[in-house]
Design a protein around this ligand. Structure first.
Ligand code: SF4
Length: 305
């Protein structure tokens, strides 16, 4: 691992006690970091309270499409066609449904009366078609797919997540690829969208000692690509930012002050009914003091958009 001397770890976070004897697990994924930045109370509901969230058609469709794009590269190069990808949607959905039977709740009456794909998966065809318009998978041989990455910083904070695809050139240059089943961000919001990729680039840099050459987001909802070429200064800055987010999480953990930050995203929040900003009653924090552990939290799973 490459150690950067000017990134001295803060020592006051080395032990974030959950009780008198047990140091808290200290790990952060880009999804949960983004949650905290969006709304600290949302982070609390997801990570501290661990309230369940209802599966959504969009997220489930995204998981199925991610699975198809992962498995597509199991085929010999010549077999990686759009038709082949489309034919994988039904079996990937069946596999997911078997693993998570509660997803049957997404099916409507019409879906139950036919063996066809459920209505919320019909759009998967268009998403895959846009993928093939952006890339030719017959010309790619990914080094890794759904790669679980994890690295511990000098502060003890563990960064982790799943990289959709890692391409490595014969020269050793790395390209980090992530599929998004939504639309590309509006102008001015690209940097926020790229935070997740910088986070992964930081982890890969610290693991392998090489800065990834290219970060690439493929938006299958709109058929657009967002790319960024990071450098060491970027990734040092990302590390400082990630560490600062963690310090803010640690302060909220200690104080119990998880501020709500309402925005238009509240319309999609599963916890609106219990959110004081929307007339809900804030439930008491679980006892004993919470373990701020992000490793198994919702969203930190392969294939989530
Ligand atoms: S409803 Fe809005 S303010 Fe409340 S927890 Fe959810 S995202 Fe935060």
């Amino acid at each position: 691992m490459s150690v950067t001397p000017d990134l001295a770890p803060p020592t006051d976070l080395d032990v974030l006690a959950t009780d008198d004897s047990t140091p808290a697990a200290r790990s952060l994924s880009p999804s949960r970091a983004a949650d905290f930045l969006t709304c600290p109370l949302l982070y609390r509901f997801r990570v501290i309270d661990r309230f369940p969230e209802a599966p959504s058609p969009a997220a489930t469709r995204g998981t199925v499409v991610h699975s198809v794009l992962e498995r597509l590269f199991d085929l010999p190069a010549g077999g990686r066609t759009l038709d082949a990808a489309r034919s994988m949607v039904a079996p990937q959905w069946a596999e997911l449904l078997e693993a998570e039977p509660e997803l049957a709740g997404l099916l409507d009456d019409g879906d139950l009366e036919t063996d066809d794909l459920p209505s919320f998966l019909v759009d998967a065809d268009a998403l895959l078609a846009r993928y093939f318009a952006l890339e030719n998978p017959q010309r790619l041989e990914p080094a890794e797919r759904e790669l679980r990455v994890e690295v511990e910083l000098e502060s003890g904070l563990v960064l982790r997540g799943f990289v959709d695809r890692l391409d490595v050139a014969p020269t050793g240059e790395m390209r980090v690829v992530d599929y998004k089943t939504g639309r590309a961000p509006s102008p001015g919001f690209e940097s926020k969208a790229m935070f997740q990729m910088r986070f992964y680039a930081l982890v890969l840099w610290r693991l392998y000692g090489r800065v990834p050459r290219l970060l690439q987001l493929l938006y299958l909802g709109s058929g657009e690509t967002l790319t960024y070429e990071p450098d060491e200064a970027d990734l040092r800055g990302t590390q400082v930012k990630v560490q600062a987010i963690w310090e803010a999480i640690a302060r909220a953990t200690e104080s119990g002050d998880w501020r709500a930050s309402p925005s238009k995203l509240c319309d999609w929040c599963d916890h609106k009914a219990r959110c004081p900003e929307w007339g809900g009653v804030l439930p008491p924090l679980p006892a004993p003091a919470p373990v701020a552990e992000q490793g198994s939290e919702p969203g930190s799973v392969p294939g989530q958009p």
